[in-house]
Design a protein around this ligand. Structure first.
Ligand code: C5P
Length: 232
């Protein structure tokens, strides 16, 4: 399976972000836009970055009652996003309604289910009434999502081997928490290198700061692509 690189555009000024991204066009295929840019500039930001030549992963992590999530997806009708996230914690009905809405309004978009946020550890889970380990909870939510018809999940790199074992190859696994050996780990605590994540079954790796903060971002992106190719 080929593992692809997604660049996380975690910048708060769109013009600065575009200047940084322009030289990466053709070197990195995917850009991840999150709430930071979406809530500041609105949905048209999706078209603006797609027009630069990137495939867009829209990371909105939708989570609400089924009708509201389905309506939000319909409001994205026609936006050029290839992947869109929602929380699996919204439940099976929410995911099914989201998939129906996407079939109608965003027929070429793959919906990805977020399982347990990596900011949640055992204590945080216990605090919200879930007396299980994050890995057990991730597995339950992953199974629920796939049974509801979801074709992709976001997970931590450490969960990849476990999930890949019971998920077919057609389920996309997207993972952040990636650090090349030459980069610092910033605030990520549990990380894998691009090659390790690819070997563990990642379909996509999400990388932000190791590229955005590099002295030569295009070179940093190319080095990650080369590392992926060496194991793909
Ligand atoms: O800069 P860095 O490579 O750490 O960026 C990783 C991206 O993945 C960021 O956009 C971050 O919000 C996102 N992310 C994460 N951990 C999660 C979910 C998303 O790092 N569990």
């Amino acid at each position: 399976m080929k593992t692809e690189l997604i660049l996380a555009v975690d910048l708060d000024d769109k013009d600065a972000a575009k200047s940084l991204l322009r030289p990466l066009c053709g070197k990195v295929a995917w850009a991840k836009l999150g709430l930071q840019l979406f809530t500041k500039y609105g949905p048209a930001i999706v078209d603006e970055f797609a027009d630069l030549g990137f495939k867009i992963f829209l990371d909105l992590k939708l989570h609400d009652i089924p009708n509201t999530v389905a309506s939000a997806i319909k409001s994205l009708r026609g936006r050029p996003c290839e992947m869109l996230t929602l929380h699996t914690l919204g439940g099976a009905t929410m995911m099914k309604r989201a998939l129906e809405a996407a079939t109608d309004a965003l027929p070429t978009t793959r919906l990805l289910g977020v399982t347990v946020l990596t900011s949640m550890d055992d204590n945080e889970l216990a605090g919200i009434g879930v007396p299980r380990s994050p890995l057990e909870q991730v597995e339950t939510l992953a199974k629920l999502a796939v049974a509801a018809g979801m074709k992709g999940l976001v997970c931590s790199p450490l969960e990849l081997p476990r999930l890949r074992k019971f998920l077919g190859e057609e389920i996309a696994l997207v993972t952040p928490g990636i650090r090349p050996k030459t980069a610092g780990i910033d605030d990520q605590s549990r990380v894998m290198t691009p090659a390790e994540a690819a070997a563990a079954g990642a379909s996509f790796i999400v990388v932000g700061r190791p590229i955005l903060k590099a002295t030569d971002p295009a070179q940093a992106a190319l080095a990650i692509e080369a590392e992926l190719r060496s194991v793909n």
